[in-house]
Ligand binder design. Sequence first.
Ligand code: ADP
Ligand code: TRP
Length: 346
Amino acid sequence: MKKRLIFAAMVKEVVLSGIRPTGFLHLGNYFGAMRNYVRMQDEFNCYFFVANWHSLTTHPDTKELQANVLRVIAENIACGLDPEKVALYVQSDVPQIAELYLYLNMMAYKGELEKTVTFKEKVRLQPENVNAGLLTYPVLQAADILIHRAVKVPVGKDQEQHLEMARNYAERFNHRYGEILPLPYAFNYGGELVKIMSLDGEGKMSKSENQMNTLYLADDDDVIRKKIMKAKTDGGPLTPNAPMPAYIENLFTLMGLVSSTDTVEKFRSDYNNSSEGNCIIRYGDLKKQLAEDMAAFIKPIREKATDLQKDTATLQKIMKMGAEKAGESASKTLTLVRSAIGMNYY
Ligand code: ADP
Ligand code: TRP
Protein backbone atom coordinates (compact mmCIF):
# COMPACT_ATOMS: atom_id res chain seq x y z
CA MET A 1 0.00 0.00 0.00
CA LYS A 2 2.74 2.41 1.06
CA LYS A 3 4.72 1.65 -2.09
CA ARG A 4 1.72 2.39 -4.27
CA LEU A 5 1.19 5.76 -2.60
CA ILE A 6 4.80 6.74 -3.19
CA PHE A 7 4.52 5.67 -6.82
CA ALA A 8 1.33 7.72 -7.26
CA ALA A 9 3.08 10.79 -5.87
CA MET A 10 5.91 10.36 -8.35
CA VAL A 11 3.72 10.14 -11.45
CA LYS A 12 3.10 13.63 -12.76
CA GLU A 13 -0.42 14.61 -13.77
CA VAL A 14 -0.95 15.02 -17.51
CA VAL A 15 -1.69 18.50 -18.89
CA LEU A 16 -2.87 19.31 -22.39
CA SER A 17 -3.93 22.40 -24.27
CA GLY A 18 -4.21 23.66 -27.84
CA ILE A 19 -4.42 26.83 -29.88
CA ARG A 20 -5.90 27.18 -33.36
CA PRO A 21 -3.53 28.54 -36.05
CA THR A 22 -6.11 30.98 -37.38
CA GLY A 23 -4.10 34.18 -37.01
CA PHE A 24 -1.73 36.11 -34.76
CA LEU A 25 -1.73 35.23 -31.06
CA HIS A 26 -3.05 37.94 -28.76
CA LEU A 27 -3.20 38.89 -25.10
CA GLY A 28 -6.33 36.79 -24.53
CA ASN A 29 -4.44 33.69 -25.64
CA TYR A 30 -1.50 34.66 -23.48
CA PHE A 31 -3.30 35.44 -20.24
CA GLY A 32 -6.13 32.92 -20.70
CA ALA A 33 -3.89 30.02 -21.64
CA MET A 34 -0.18 30.37 -22.42
CA ARG A 35 0.83 32.00 -19.15
CA ASN A 36 -0.40 28.86 -17.40
CA TYR A 37 1.42 26.58 -19.85
CA VAL A 38 4.73 28.16 -18.96
CA ARG A 39 4.23 27.64 -15.23
CA MET A 40 2.86 24.15 -15.65
CA GLN A 41 5.80 22.83 -17.66
CA ASP A 42 7.93 22.47 -14.52
CA GLU A 43 5.26 20.74 -12.49
CA PHE A 44 3.41 18.42 -14.85
CA ASN A 45 3.74 16.10 -17.84
CA CYS A 46 2.72 18.59 -20.54
CA TYR A 47 1.38 18.31 -24.09
CA PHE A 48 0.74 21.53 -26.04
CA PHE A 49 -0.31 21.55 -29.65
CA VAL A 50 -1.40 23.58 -32.65
CA ALA A 51 -4.99 22.66 -33.55
CA ASN A 52 -4.71 22.78 -37.34
CA TRP A 53 -7.57 20.32 -37.95
CA HIS A 54 -9.84 22.50 -35.84
CA SER A 55 -8.94 25.53 -37.93
CA LEU A 56 -10.34 23.82 -41.05
CA THR A 57 -13.84 23.99 -39.55
CA THR A 58 -13.84 27.78 -39.99
CA HIS A 59 -10.88 28.48 -42.29
CA PRO A 60 -11.10 26.08 -45.28
CA ASP A 61 -8.67 28.24 -47.27
CA THR A 62 -5.22 26.93 -46.29
CA LYS A 63 -3.04 29.54 -48.03
CA GLU A 64 -1.84 30.97 -44.72
CA LEU A 65 -2.02 27.82 -42.65
CA GLN A 66 1.62 26.73 -42.92
CA ALA A 67 2.93 30.15 -41.93
CA ASN A 68 0.39 30.37 -39.10
CA VAL A 69 1.39 26.98 -37.69
CA LEU A 70 5.08 27.94 -37.64
CA ARG A 71 4.29 31.29 -36.04
CA VAL A 72 2.15 29.73 -33.28
CA ILE A 73 4.98 27.30 -32.49
CA ALA A 74 7.49 30.19 -32.44
CA GLU A 75 5.22 32.37 -30.29
CA ASN A 76 4.71 29.58 -27.77
CA ILE A 77 8.46 29.18 -27.38
CA ALA A 78 8.94 32.95 -27.23
CA CYS A 79 6.47 33.04 -24.32
CA GLY A 80 8.67 30.63 -22.40
CA LEU A 81 7.73 27.06 -23.40
CA ASP A 82 10.73 24.77 -23.49
CA PRO A 83 10.31 22.12 -26.22
CA GLU A 84 12.69 19.84 -24.31
CA LYS A 85 10.43 19.88 -21.25
CA VAL A 86 7.06 19.59 -22.99
CA ALA A 87 5.70 17.90 -26.11
CA LEU A 88 5.03 20.78 -28.51
CA TYR A 89 3.40 19.39 -31.65
CA VAL A 90 0.98 19.87 -34.50
CA GLN A 91 -2.37 18.05 -34.30
CA SER A 92 -2.23 16.54 -37.80
CA ASP A 93 1.11 14.88 -36.97
CA VAL A 94 -0.69 12.63 -34.48
CA PRO A 95 -3.25 10.63 -36.51
CA GLN A 96 -4.22 8.58 -33.43
CA ILE A 97 -6.34 11.60 -32.44
CA ALA A 98 -8.52 11.08 -35.51
CA GLU A 99 -9.22 7.46 -34.59
CA LEU A 100 -10.23 8.37 -31.04
CA TYR A 101 -12.41 11.16 -32.50
CA LEU A 102 -14.22 8.49 -34.53
CA TYR A 103 -15.00 6.38 -31.44
CA LEU A 104 -16.06 9.42 -29.40
CA ASN A 105 -18.41 10.53 -32.17
CA MET A 106 -20.57 7.53 -31.20
CA MET A 107 -20.88 9.02 -27.68
CA ALA A 108 -21.98 12.45 -28.93
CA TYR A 109 -25.59 13.24 -29.70
CA LYS A 110 -26.84 15.62 -32.35
CA GLY A 111 -29.17 17.53 -30.01
CA GLU A 112 -26.47 18.46 -27.49
CA LEU A 113 -23.94 19.30 -30.21
CA GLU A 114 -26.43 21.69 -31.78
CA LYS A 115 -26.94 23.40 -28.41
CA THR A 116 -23.22 24.17 -27.93
CA VAL A 117 -22.70 27.93 -27.55
CA THR A 118 -19.65 28.05 -29.86
CA PHE A 119 -21.51 26.07 -32.54
CA LYS A 120 -24.50 28.43 -32.47
CA GLU A 121 -22.14 31.41 -32.71
CA LYS A 122 -20.31 29.92 -35.70
CA VAL A 123 -23.60 29.15 -37.45
CA ARG A 124 -24.44 32.83 -37.09
CA LEU A 125 -21.02 33.89 -38.40
CA GLN A 126 -20.77 31.46 -41.33
CA PRO A 127 -24.29 30.36 -42.34
CA GLU A 128 -22.95 29.30 -45.74
CA ASN A 129 -20.59 26.71 -44.23
CA VAL A 130 -22.28 24.78 -41.41
CA ASN A 131 -20.19 21.65 -41.90
CA ALA A 132 -20.18 18.44 -39.83
CA GLY A 133 -16.68 19.26 -38.56
CA LEU A 134 -18.06 22.41 -37.02
CA LEU A 135 -20.87 20.48 -35.34
CA THR A 136 -18.48 17.87 -33.92
CA TYR A 137 -15.74 20.40 -33.01
CA PRO A 138 -16.11 19.59 -29.26
CA VAL A 139 -15.73 15.85 -30.00
CA LEU A 140 -12.40 16.44 -31.75
CA GLN A 141 -11.36 18.62 -28.81
CA ALA A 142 -12.30 15.81 -26.42
CA ALA A 143 -10.15 13.42 -28.50
CA ASP A 144 -7.20 15.88 -28.28
CA ILE A 145 -7.44 15.77 -24.50
CA LEU A 146 -8.37 12.14 -23.86
CA ILE A 147 -5.73 10.75 -26.24
CA HIS A 148 -3.13 11.61 -23.57
CA ARG A 149 -5.51 10.94 -20.68
CA ALA A 150 -4.94 14.53 -19.57
CA VAL A 151 -6.67 15.75 -16.40
CA LYS A 152 -5.74 19.45 -16.41
CA VAL A 153 -6.53 21.66 -19.37
CA PRO A 154 -5.32 25.28 -19.12
CA VAL A 155 -7.80 27.35 -21.16
CA GLY A 156 -9.72 30.62 -21.06
CA LYS A 157 -13.29 30.94 -19.86
CA ASP A 158 -14.76 30.49 -23.35
CA GLN A 159 -13.72 26.80 -23.28
CA GLU A 160 -15.61 25.76 -20.14
CA GLN A 161 -18.50 24.16 -22.00
CA HIS A 162 -16.17 22.18 -24.29
CA LEU A 163 -14.47 20.74 -21.20
CA GLU A 164 -17.80 19.72 -19.74
CA MET A 165 -18.60 17.93 -23.00
CA ALA A 166 -15.21 16.17 -22.96
CA ARG A 167 -16.02 14.88 -19.46
CA ASN A 168 -19.40 13.62 -20.68
CA TYR A 169 -17.84 11.68 -23.56
CA ALA A 170 -15.18 10.19 -21.27
CA GLU A 171 -17.85 9.13 -18.76
CA ARG A 172 -20.00 7.58 -21.47
CA PHE A 173 -17.01 5.74 -22.88
CA ASN A 174 -16.00 4.45 -19.46
CA HIS A 175 -19.56 3.39 -18.68
CA ARG A 176 -19.85 1.47 -21.94
CA TYR A 177 -16.39 -0.07 -22.24
CA GLY A 178 -14.62 0.15 -18.86
CA GLU A 179 -12.69 2.74 -16.86
CA ILE A 180 -9.98 3.88 -19.28
CA LEU A 181 -10.33 7.65 -19.56
CA PRO A 182 -9.81 10.04 -16.59
CA LEU A 183 -12.06 13.11 -16.49
CA PRO A 184 -10.39 16.38 -17.60
CA TYR A 185 -10.99 19.78 -16.01
CA ALA A 186 -10.31 23.34 -17.19
CA PHE A 187 -7.45 24.89 -15.22
CA ASN A 188 -6.10 28.30 -14.30
CA TYR A 189 -3.53 29.06 -11.58
CA GLY A 190 -5.67 31.87 -10.21
CA GLY A 191 -8.65 29.50 -9.82
CA GLU A 192 -11.18 31.47 -11.88
CA LEU A 193 -10.85 31.06 -15.65
CA VAL A 194 -9.78 34.26 -17.45
CA LYS A 195 -11.64 36.29 -20.07
CA ILE A 196 -9.79 39.26 -21.59
CA MET A 197 -12.22 41.64 -23.24
CA SER A 198 -11.75 43.43 -26.52
CA LEU A 199 -10.45 47.03 -26.14
CA ASP A 200 -13.78 48.48 -27.29
CA GLY A 201 -15.46 46.62 -24.44
CA GLU A 202 -17.53 44.48 -26.83
CA GLY A 203 -17.07 40.75 -26.26
CA LYS A 204 -13.83 38.82 -25.85
CA MET A 205 -10.53 39.67 -27.46
CA SER A 206 -10.07 37.18 -30.30
CA LYS A 207 -7.99 36.51 -33.40
CA SER A 208 -10.81 37.36 -35.76
CA GLU A 209 -11.97 40.52 -33.92
CA ASN A 210 -11.34 43.99 -35.30
CA GLN A 211 -7.54 44.30 -35.24
CA MET A 212 -7.61 47.72 -33.55
CA ASN A 213 -9.35 46.20 -30.52
CA THR A 214 -6.96 43.29 -30.09
CA LEU A 215 -3.41 43.47 -28.74
CA TYR A 216 -1.24 40.96 -30.59
CA LEU A 217 2.04 39.52 -29.33
CA ALA A 218 3.49 40.64 -32.69
CA ASP A 219 2.43 44.31 -32.34
CA ASP A 220 5.23 46.86 -32.19
CA ASP A 221 5.48 49.51 -29.46
CA ASP A 222 3.75 52.27 -31.42
CA VAL A 223 0.86 50.08 -32.46
CA ILE A 224 0.38 49.01 -28.84
CA ARG A 225 0.34 52.66 -27.70
CA LYS A 226 -2.12 53.63 -30.42
CA LYS A 227 -4.52 50.79 -29.62
CA ILE A 228 -4.50 51.36 -25.87
CA MET A 229 -4.96 55.13 -26.19
CA LYS A 230 -8.08 54.41 -28.29
CA ALA A 231 -9.54 51.92 -25.78
CA LYS A 232 -13.04 52.72 -24.62
CA THR A 233 -13.45 54.84 -21.45
CA ASP A 234 -16.08 57.36 -20.25
CA GLY A 235 -16.46 60.59 -18.24
CA GLY A 236 -15.38 58.90 -15.00
CA PRO A 237 -17.18 57.57 -11.90
CA LEU A 238 -20.12 59.59 -10.54
CA THR A 239 -19.84 58.43 -6.91
CA PRO A 240 -17.00 57.20 -4.66
CA ASN A 241 -16.46 53.42 -4.91
CA ALA A 242 -18.70 53.29 -7.98
CA PRO A 243 -19.17 49.90 -9.64
CA MET A 244 -16.83 49.62 -12.64
CA PRO A 245 -18.16 49.30 -16.16
CA ALA A 246 -16.74 46.14 -17.80
CA TYR A 247 -14.50 48.11 -20.22
CA ILE A 248 -12.82 49.99 -17.32
CA GLU A 249 -12.49 46.80 -15.31
CA ASN A 250 -10.75 45.27 -18.35
CA LEU A 251 -8.15 48.08 -18.38
CA PHE A 252 -7.50 47.39 -14.70
CA THR A 253 -7.26 43.66 -15.44
CA LEU A 254 -4.66 44.33 -18.15
CA MET A 255 -2.81 46.65 -15.81
CA GLY A 256 -2.86 43.99 -13.10
CA LEU A 257 -1.14 41.67 -15.55
CA VAL A 258 1.69 43.92 -16.75
CA SER A 259 2.10 46.84 -14.30
CA SER A 260 3.51 46.98 -10.77
CA THR A 261 1.16 46.51 -7.80
CA ASP A 262 1.82 50.11 -6.71
CA THR A 263 0.72 51.46 -10.08
CA VAL A 264 -2.52 49.45 -10.06
CA GLU A 265 -3.25 50.46 -6.46
CA LYS A 266 -2.70 54.15 -7.22
CA PHE A 267 -5.18 54.16 -10.11
CA ARG A 268 -7.66 51.99 -8.21
CA SER A 269 -7.61 54.39 -5.28
CA ASP A 270 -7.98 57.36 -7.68
CA TYR A 271 -11.03 55.62 -9.12
CA ASN A 272 -12.58 54.85 -5.75
CA ASN A 273 -12.06 58.41 -4.47
CA SER A 274 -13.55 60.06 -7.55
CA SER A 275 -17.08 61.34 -7.87
CA GLU A 276 -19.11 63.70 -10.06
CA GLY A 277 -17.37 67.10 -10.12
CA ASN A 278 -14.33 65.63 -8.34
CA CYS A 279 -12.77 63.29 -10.86
CA ILE A 280 -9.36 62.27 -9.53
CA ILE A 281 -8.77 59.41 -11.90
CA ARG A 282 -7.38 60.45 -15.28
CA TYR A 283 -8.11 57.75 -17.80
CA GLY A 284 -5.61 59.37 -20.21
CA ASP A 285 -2.81 58.87 -17.63
CA LEU A 286 -3.97 55.37 -16.85
CA LYS A 287 -3.87 54.43 -20.52
CA LYS A 288 -0.45 56.06 -21.04
CA GLN A 289 1.00 54.07 -18.15
CA LEU A 290 -0.70 50.88 -19.31
CA ALA A 291 0.61 51.42 -22.86
CA GLU A 292 4.21 51.78 -21.63
CA ASP A 293 4.01 48.74 -19.37
CA MET A 294 2.31 46.68 -22.07
CA ALA A 295 4.89 47.65 -24.70
CA ALA A 296 7.69 46.66 -22.31
CA PHE A 297 5.96 43.35 -21.62
CA ILE A 298 5.32 42.41 -25.27
CA LYS A 299 8.67 43.57 -26.71
CA PRO A 300 10.87 40.61 -25.67
CA ILE A 301 8.20 38.09 -26.73
CA ARG A 302 7.83 39.77 -30.13
CA GLU A 303 11.57 39.94 -30.69
CA LYS A 304 12.19 36.33 -29.73
CA ALA A 305 9.27 35.09 -31.88
CA THR A 306 10.54 37.09 -34.87
CA ASP A 307 14.00 35.58 -34.47
CA LEU A 308 12.69 32.04 -34.15
CA GLN A 309 10.58 32.41 -37.28
CA LYS A 310 13.68 33.08 -39.33
CA ASP A 311 14.85 29.53 -38.64
CA THR A 312 12.21 27.20 -40.13
CA ALA A 313 14.51 24.17 -39.94
CA THR A 314 14.79 24.45 -36.15
CA LEU A 315 11.04 24.92 -35.79
CA GLN A 316 10.48 21.81 -37.92
CA LYS A 317 12.91 19.83 -35.75
CA ILE A 318 10.99 20.94 -32.65
CA MET A 319 7.65 19.96 -34.21
CA LYS A 320 9.00 16.52 -35.14
CA MET A 321 10.36 15.92 -31.66
CA GLY A 322 6.98 16.95 -30.19
CA ALA A 323 5.09 14.68 -32.59
CA GLU A 324 7.23 11.73 -31.54
CA LYS A 325 6.58 12.31 -27.83
CA ALA A 326 2.86 12.86 -28.43
CA GLY A 327 2.60 9.87 -30.79
CA GLU A 328 4.04 7.56 -28.16
CA SER A 329 1.57 8.63 -25.51
CA ALA A 330 -1.33 8.58 -28.01
CA SER A 331 -0.53 5.04 -29.15
CA LYS A 332 -0.60 3.80 -25.55
CA THR A 333 -4.08 5.23 -25.00
CA LEU A 334 -5.35 3.93 -28.32
CA THR A 335 -4.18 0.40 -27.50
CA LEU A 336 -6.17 0.55 -24.26
CA VAL A 337 -9.19 2.02 -26.03
CA ARG A 338 -9.17 -0.58 -28.81
CA SER A 339 -8.91 -3.47 -26.43
CA ALA A 340 -11.65 -2.01 -24.19
CA ILE A 341 -13.97 -1.82 -27.20
CA GLY A 342 -12.87 -5.28 -28.32
CA MET A 343 -11.08 -4.19 -31.47
CA ASN A 344 -7.98 -6.20 -30.74
CA TYR A 345 -8.23 -9.22 -33.01
CA TYR A 346 -4.68 -10.52 -33.11
P1 ADP B 1 -9.17 32.72 -30.55
O1 ADP B 1 -10.47 32.64 -29.82
O2 ADP B 1 -8.52 34.01 -30.42
O3 ADP B 1 -9.23 32.20 -31.95
P2 ADP B 1 -8.21 30.14 -29.70
O4 ADP B 1 -9.60 29.72 -29.96
O5 ADP B 1 -7.18 29.47 -30.53
O6 ADP B 1 -8.17 31.73 -29.82
O7 ADP B 1 -7.85 29.97 -28.16
C1 ADP B 1 -6.65 29.51 -27.63
C2 ADP B 1 -6.67 29.65 -26.13
O8 ADP B 1 -6.74 31.03 -25.76
C3 ADP B 1 -7.87 28.98 -25.47
O9 ADP B 1 -7.45 28.39 -24.25
C4 ADP B 1 -8.82 30.12 -25.21
O10 ADP B 1 -9.69 29.87 -24.11
C5 ADP B 1 -7.86 31.24 -24.88
N1 ADP B 1 -8.44 32.56 -25.17
C6 ADP B 1 -8.77 33.06 -26.40
N2 ADP B 1 -9.29 34.30 -26.30
C7 ADP B 1 -9.29 34.61 -24.97
C8 ADP B 1 -9.68 35.75 -24.21
N3 ADP B 1 -10.16 36.85 -24.80
N4 ADP B 1 -9.54 35.72 -22.86
C9 ADP B 1 -9.04 34.63 -22.25
N5 ADP B 1 -8.64 33.52 -22.91
C10 ADP B 1 -8.77 33.48 -24.24
N1 TRP C 1 -11.14 24.91 -28.91
C1 TRP C 1 -9.96 25.57 -28.41
C2 TRP C 1 -10.14 27.07 -28.66
O1 TRP C 1 -10.82 27.48 -29.56
C3 TRP C 1 -8.70 25.06 -29.06
C4 TRP C 1 -8.50 23.62 -28.73
C5 TRP C 1 -8.61 22.55 -29.59
C6 TRP C 1 -8.19 23.08 -27.45
N2 TRP C 1 -8.40 21.39 -28.93
C7 TRP C 1 -8.13 21.66 -27.63
C8 TRP C 1 -7.98 23.63 -26.20
C9 TRP C 1 -7.86 20.82 -26.55
C10 TRP C 1 -7.72 22.77 -25.11
C11 TRP C 1 -7.67 21.38 -25.30
O2 TRP C 1 -9.59 27.83 -27.95
